[in-house]
Design a protein around this ligand. Structure first.
Ligand code: HAM
Length: 430
């Protein structure tokens, strides 16, 4: 009988890896608690209409990637409806905010979630059809301070704290403002005008988007269309005074908290609900993610509640791709593990073996990490072995033992120096 396997794009998480998942989730819960967030759990499936209205019909997520089915009624009187496995959690949280009238409390709602999401994307490393997000949303009536730039900066500062506490190194925060709904309407008009004379050269999807939702043209990955896309007007030139001032205040608060960022004027993000601040955190090459290097994304969505039929409730939030966070941690830890020894001692001839071991003992007692070769190795072999495990090689021949001056080669700098015995330990310290 054929062996049954997990469905393409889904995977099992097994021990001991699950221990790391639990650690990451515990760290997130601990940080969220310090910032006053409480947990929300929304259903894994919702009505299709929620995502169509919230995320946007023209987005890749809604137009191509959702797991949607017609859920038949169980009785004559029970009408069927179109349901969808949640591709993201913000729309569900805002639906719950409206449904439970959380706005009527008058206070700011700070909610976090941890759970699986579903998108029918082409699977690759760091991209799955069932993936996990750790996310949070800050939402409330304007009187609760939900629109304040302090909220944006606080969320970003919290993320910097979480990533630092988890030990993620080299992360980069890219920031942009996509303006208010009015700014975006003006920008859309400008895009439509700029696209009109050239859109016939673009792929079919972009030709359609150029009419229906020109902002989504900017998310297009179609290679042939990139030249046209790069020449399109930039959102930054369409921001009204209010949006510009809001963005300036977000940046000033981030500067005050020493959170570093770069401004990326093309960062519009692939969901329709964003207004004003948008952001993404990426990790450097070599962090185990390949091209899927965005470990989290988010932004403001001041009009989403109204789009879903609720009261005015500005908000801002983010979602971390937990799978990607774990891959990064694993890759970066592996890199830390393979961190090299301080020195490799290469005795020249077996007669120098005892002196090599004695020098190793002395350096190890001084706190250095040291490996010793063998006097029978040829020089070339010693160099190859040393280069694999250590940052530096110490050549130990008869002359060196007699004179007490050693030849050391630094592999990274490709530099050779002579160092007296007494200065060796200091010279080898990283
Ligand atoms: P998103 O950018 O679509 O935003 O997803 C957030 C993060 O989820 C991405 O940066 C990535 O790390 C991860 N992710 C997305 N798709 C996949 C996939 N197929 N496999 C693995 N990881 C993936 C949102 O979902 C918004 N709801 C974020 C937000 C919250 N905005 C405001 N509040």
């Amino acid at each position: 009988m054929a062996i049954l396997k997990a469905v393409r794009g889904t995977r099992d998480l097994l021990p001991p890896e699950t221990e790391l998942w639990n650690k990451v989730e515990a760290a997130a819960r601990s940080v969220f608690a310090r910032y006053g967030f409480g947990e929300i759990r929304t259903p894994i499936f919702e009505t299709t209409e929620l995502f169509a209205r919230g995320v946007g019909e023209e987005t890749d997520i809604v137009s191509k990637e959702m797991y949607t089915w017609e859920d038949r009624g169980r009785a004559e009187s029970d009408r069927g409806q179109s349901l969808t496995l949640r591709p993201e959690n913000t729309a569900g949280v805002v639906r719950a905010y409206i449904e439970h009238k959380l706005g009527e409390t008058g206070s700011l709602q700070k909610l976090f979630y941890i759970g699986p999401q579903f998108r029918r994307e082409r699977p690759q490393r760091g991209r799955y059809r069932q993936f996990w997000q750790i996310g949070a949303e800050v939402i409330g009536p304007t009187s609760s301070g939900s629109e304040s730039p302090v909220r944006d900066a606080e969320v970003l500062e919290m993320l910097a704290t979480l990533l630092d506490e988890l030990g993620i190194t080299g992360w980069r925060l890219a920031l942009n403002s996509v303006g208010s709904a009015a700014d975006r309407a003006r920008y859309s008009t400008a895009l439509r005008e700029a696209l009109a004379p050239v859109k016939h050269k673009m792929c079919e999807d972009n030709q359609r988007r150029a009419e229906t939702n020109p902002l989504r043209v900017l998310d297009s990955k179609d290679e042939n269309d990139q030249e046209i896309i790069n020449g399109l007007p930039k959102i930054a030139d369409f921001l009204g005074e209010d949006s510009r001032e809001h963005f300036a205040q977000v940046r000033a608060a981030l500067d005050a908290c020493h959170v570093r960022y770069i401004i990326d004027p093309r960062l519009v993000r692939g969901l329709d609900y964003y207004t004003r601040t948008t952001f993404e955190f990426t990790v450097p090459d070599g962090s185990g993610l390949g091209t899927q290097n965005a470990i989290l994304g988010g932004g403001r969505y001041d009009g989403l509640s109204e789009m879903l039929g609720g009261p005015k409730a500005p908000g801002i939030g983010f979602a971390i791709g937990e799978d990607r966070l774990i891959l990064t941690l694993q890759a970066q830890a592996a890199e830390a593990h393979t961190s090299k020894l301080d020195a490799y001692i290469a005795p020249m001839g077996t007669a120098q073996n005892p002196a090599a071991l004695q020098l190793a003992s002395e350096l190890r007692r001084a706190g250095l990490t040291v490996e010793v070769g063998d006097g029978s190795f040829r020089l070339k072999k010693s160099f190859e072995a040393a280069n694999k495990v250590a940052r530096k090689i110490i050549i130990l021949g008869e002359d060196e033992v007699k004179s007490g001056v050693f030849t050391i080669k630094d592999f990274a700098k490709a530099e050779q120096t002579k160092i007296p015995h007494g200065d060796l330990a200091t010279a080898l310290k990283p």
